[in-house]
Design a protein around this ligand. Sequence first.
Ligand SMILES: [Zn+2]
Ligand SMILES: [Zn+2]
Length: 401
Amino acid sequence: MFLIKGVNVMDEILNLSINEMPQTEFDCSCGKHHNFSVHDMSIRKGAIEDLPKMAEPFKDGKILVVFDNHTYKVAGKRAVELLKENGFNVKELLFDTGDDILIPDEKTLGRIVQEQDLDTSLMVAVGSGVINDSVKFVTSRSGLPYIIVATAPSMDGYVADGAPIFSQGYKYSPVAHLTYGLVGDTDILKTAPQDLIQAGYGDVVGKITAIADWDLAVKANNDYRCDTCVTLVNRALDKCFAKAEGLKDRDPESLGALLEALTLTGVAMALVNISRPASGAEHMLSHFWEMDYIARGLNPNHHGIQVGVATPIIARFFEELADILPEGTGALCPPHEEIEALLAKGGAPTSPKDIGISKELFHDSLLKGYTVRPRYSIMQFAKDNGRLEEIADKITEEIYG
Ligand SMILES: [Zn+2]
Ligand SMILES: [Zn+2]
């Protein structure tokens, strides 16, 4: 039987709009039973007005709203007003970092724990990467729900259960939990800095090679795949790419489509409980570069910016290995020039050279990127077929000369 909200429809999630997807449970044509446990999502112009309704089940306790100077101005102030107007007991936590970047480390996480009272029933995180990850982690450990009011379409972690944080100077990504609700107000998203918009867009472009990599892993390594999830992600990509031109001008519809694509890959990840729908070899290169920067005490580029420029590079791998790829896999990865054009369309950098990756680091990452995590990818495929070094040399020469 195929169940969704009590109705028997197979793969029905494909017929739902994004705001209808929360609390979806169904038997899937991939043979698994999927459950998307997020309770509420509102992605639209004026979505912040939905916050009080979303928070209603927690009204008998105190609501801790967390923001920094910037996110207070663009959304936190309004969130607090709305909750107070609707009779909620609200406590505010402002991270006043001045010009410094907020780091999701012991100090930040500890502050949130300190401000959580015994009668706190819900936290509302107002922000993007760091505030989302910090509140997500703390609430997962204290057993409280949280709602994220997104202030930038900068990454796909809003609907994801991992929380990248720092411990004693090292970054790791412990499993936390999924958000209770997501507010994505396009009027707020359009205030996001352009580099965060580019980062979110780069992360979405990366799904192209992530999906091709997943196909390779199915055919060359017997991995599991859910085609319903692949369809979900592909549709979101089409919609986002069709409107990418407007990102440079912060067109609200383009920003909404971008957040929707980031969120839908999160939905797909939550359905299959693996990050395959969102992350392939392009993410391995990005992680390799990031670790190198951190080891040298430097600030890395935004995650999505790196993922974006890594995507045409991984497409080059697919091109170079076309003669030995399993049937049908190569067709899933467009030519690298097309991916570069897509990046440029959305205003994102297109080459690792543009973002300061050195020739040495780049070459090294092509040779060792496959070791970043134990996951079958096109780089592993190149290695297994004795072609990795030759391809790494060739691509490095093409880009850096
Ligand atoms: Zn990513
Ligand atoms: Zn499935």
